[in-house]
Design a binder for this molecule. Structure first.
Ligand SMILES: CC(C)(COP(=O)(O)OP(=O)(O)OC[C@H]1O[C@@H](n2cnc3c(N)ncnc32)[C@H](O)[C@@H]1OP(=O)(O)O)[C@@H](O)C(=O)NCCC(=O)NCCS
Length: 191
């Protein structure tokens, strides 16, 4: 049976395995046009700053088949992109081909929205390649407005404050994580 879980920092290898099952083209679409060979994806997974990144995985048939990654800027970030300002976050999503067009990414993005709202994120962004029609359609479907800038498509949605539903949604994801992998302490967001 399929299950959605917030990922623990201990499951970096599972995350890398999922990304490595994507084709070279899908990796390029997921990572801003970059070529991402297997060893680079392994190092990427090992280097995740879990204090500023939250990951929700969708598991079926014994492996993680879908993943949404939510990144918040570090407090000392001086980057100028809109999603690097305080009070913002950016997400990226991926689903393995056999599980596509079943609403998995839609569901994962809704979880990312709940996690972002629980961290007082006011502006949520997504950046994709202009040729990524599936992602552009998906973004519009989940309520993002799209603009084109500097050869990229930027999706944006303003988020509401957290409420009991977003808190409960995240608790359920954490309970699933604890049941799936054993209770491991969550890293606290850097203040
Ligand atoms: C983009 C991606 C995440 C979509 O995952 P998914 O689980 O298939 O998406 P969903 O089933 O939730 O689709 C929701 C909507 O998105 C749109 N969509 C998704 N895939 C589409 C496709 N191949 N063609 C056209 N529209 C598509 C549709 O509007 C769809 O709704 P519908 O099925 O009712 O028509 C997946 O194709 C993927 O992993 N691509 C490679 C990585 C990538 O590009 N990531 C995005 C960069 S951030």
């Amino acid at each position: 049976m399929a299950e959605t879980r917030k990922l623990l920092p201990t499951v970096g290898p599972l995350l890398a395995d999922h990304l490595i099952r994507l084709s070279p083209d899908d990796r390029r679409l997921r990572f801003g046009g970059l070529f991402m060979p297997d060893d680079v994806l392994r190092r990427y997974a090992e280097a995740i700053d879990w204090a500023h990144a939250w990951q929700v995985g969708w598991f079926e048939a014994g492996a993680m088949r879908g993943l949404v990654q939510l990144s918040l800027p570090r407090r000392d970030s001086e980057a100028k992109a809109p999603w690097m300002k305080q009070g913002t976050a950016e997400f990226g999503v991926s689903v393995e081909p056999p599980w596509r067009r079943r609403g998995v990414a839609t569901k994962l993005i809704r979880h990312a929205v709940a996690v972002a709202r629980n961290r007082e994120v006011r502006d949520l962004y997504m950046v994709c390649q202009p040729e990524n029609e599936p992602m552009r359609r998906l973004a519009r479907k989940v309520g993002l407005g799209l603009t084109y800038a500097a050869g990229e498509v930027v999706g944006h949605v303003a988020l509401a404050s957290p409420d009991s539903e977003t808190a409960e949604a995240e608790r359920a994801l954490e309970a699933a994580a604890a049941n799936g992998r054993g209770a491991v302490a969550w890293p606290r967001a850097a203040s």
